[in-house]
Design a protein around this ligand. Structure first.
Ligand code: NOJ
Length: 483
């Protein structure tokens, strides 16, 4: 895309998305459900981690969260009021298989999701289902979690069961939510379960298994369900936009591209391009490994057979996007081996909007348009769903979330520009999130919700924020039937 001036970036584009554009909101099981041990549910790694004192600010955990396990009717009411077309939520694996394996099947868990899916259907809301949003059954972590290659078959079996059980009504499946976070935050930084700090080694191995597991699940759907159920399968990747520090300096532009390859391309390149990691990654990690006198590269290799098994295993491109970073080239240290040291760039914040406590997240709406264009160019113009986009506010903001209103207005408009002006196949926009919920390592200190939830009351009252009211007007951005 040609460079746009600051003035152009700020211009509002008037237009509409085509009919059938998928407006939705998102959530995930551990963040909203609660009922952590209700009706036979087994513990997940997040139950274990968050219940341990000192893990999360205020010792918060998801034991009750929004209590959606007992209050789905209220969630449905909000979804109806929002008049969304789709609802993206995730299945709690250990609610369905308490110890992670089919032999432990818990009918009560299946019944819960049947109620959710049927409730949505009764209101013409399309379910978009994430099969894995980070809450691994603890029993499987005890077997080594995602470092264990057995997980590929074990996850496949869980997904197979879900396709067989819910696939008559669910037509939009995502295998993993943000595999980057699973691999890097879980096994590199060690900030989230299983809290392993082995950067430079474990994240690559884990990602390797996640990619193979994803591909296997895709083929299972293809072989056993696609013909009769006619749905689609993808994976939800995460990507901030990365802007070079200086677009006129080649090295900086290359560093920014490398950053995107390390973060998004790590998973997208094998799945959407050629079954293998991006060249930039293979080169960087291979080179560093050699300089470290290692006998082989720390980036695992795929066999030719694996490459053709992995290539093309997503029907659409799903991306979570929150902010934009500025990247600059640095020559990193070699030792100790570290994923961060492999990539040779440093990051800083773009834009001058205020940051939030959660992630130094700045509102840089034009970054979304650039990211969408980058995905279009890099991966051959796929259909794209923005499966999460949103901003956090503090918990004092119970109604007047004007920052969020502004954020959505500008980000949706940039998605519209990408669609109408740049020809990007944006098919859906899912706002994150339906309501305030357990925000992982930030506990309940911030909320992304269009609805406020008061976590001090046992019945977890939900109230719409100002952003909820303005979101319903997104409908106006869609062409009415018959155009
Ligand atoms: C992405 C995750 O998928 C979601 O669960 C989380 O709420 C947001 N990031 C915000 O931190």
């Amino acid at each position: 895309m040609e460079t746009t001036s600051k003035f152009q970036q700020k211009l509002y584009h008037y237009g509409t998305f085509p009919q059938g554009f998928s407006w939705g909101v998102s959530s995930s099981a551990y963040q909203i459900e609660g009922g952590w041990n209700a009706d036979g549910k087994g513990p997940s790694v997040w139950d274990t981690f968050a219940q341990k004192p000192g893990s999360i600010p205020g010792n918060a955990n998801g034991d009750v969260a929004c209590d959606s396990y007992h209050r789905f009717e209220e969630d449905l009411y909000m979804l109806r009021a929002l008049r969304v077309k789709s609802y993206r939520f995730s299945l709690s694996w250990s609610r369905i298989f308490p110890d992670g394996l089919r032999t432990s099947l818990n009918y009560k868990g299946v019944e819960y999701y049947n109620r959710v899916i049927d409730g949505l259907a009764a209101n013409n809301i399309t379910p978009m289902v994430t099969l894995y949003h980070w809450d691994l059954p603890q029993a499987l972590q005890n077997l080594g979690g995602w470092e264990n290659t057995d997980m590929i078959d074990i996850f496949n079996d869980f997904c197979d069961f879900c396709f067989a059980t819910f696939g008559d009504r669910v037509k939009f499946w995502m295998t993993f939510n943000q595999p980057y976070t699973i691999a890097w935050s879980g096994y590199g930084l060690g900030q989230v379960p299983p809290n392993i700090k082995n950067p430079g080694i474990a994240p690559y191995r884990v990602a390797h298994n996640l990619i193979k597991a994803h591909a296997k699940v895709y083929h299972t759907y293809d072989d056993k369900y696609r013909k009769s159920q006619g749905g689609l399968v993808s994976i939800t990747l995460s990507a901030d936009w990365v802007e070079p520090k200086d677009v006129n300096v080649l090295r900086e532009v290359v560093a920014a591209d490398r950053a995107l390859q390390f973060k998004l391309g790590w998973f997208a390149h094998p799945i959407f391009k050629n079954g293998d990691y991006p060249d930039a990654m293979k080169w960087q990690v291979g080179n560093k490994s050699e300089l470290q006198d290692l006998r082989e590269t720390r980036l695992p290799l795929f066999t030719e057979e694996e490459k053709s098994f992995i290539k093309g295993t997503a029907d659409v491109f799903c991306v979570n996007h929150y902010t934009t970073k500025i990247v600059s080239h640095v020559t990193a240290r070699l030792s100790p081996p570290s994923y961060e040291h492999d990539w040779d760039f440093s990051e800083s914040e773009e834009g001058d909007s205020p940051t939030t406590a959660i992630s130094n997240q700045r509102a840089v709406a034009w970054g979304l348009r650039r990211l969408l264009n980058w995905i279009k160019e890099e991966y051959g113009n796929p259909d794209i769903y923005i499966t999460e986009n949103g901003v956090a506010t503090d918990m004092k903001t119970t109604f007047d979330d004007i920052n969020r209103v502004f954020y959505y207005k500008t980000y949706v408009n940039e998605a519209l520009k990408a669609h109408n002006l740049d020809g990007v196949n944006v098919k859906g926009y899912i706002a994150a999130s339906l309501m305030d919920s357990f925000e992982w390592v930030s506990g309940y200190t911030v909320g992304f919700g269009l609805h406020h939830v008061d976590f001090t009351y046992p019945n977890r009252p939900r109230t719409p924020k100002r952003s909820d009211h303005s979101s319903t007007s997104h409908r106006d951005l869609e062409k009415p039937a018959g155009w």
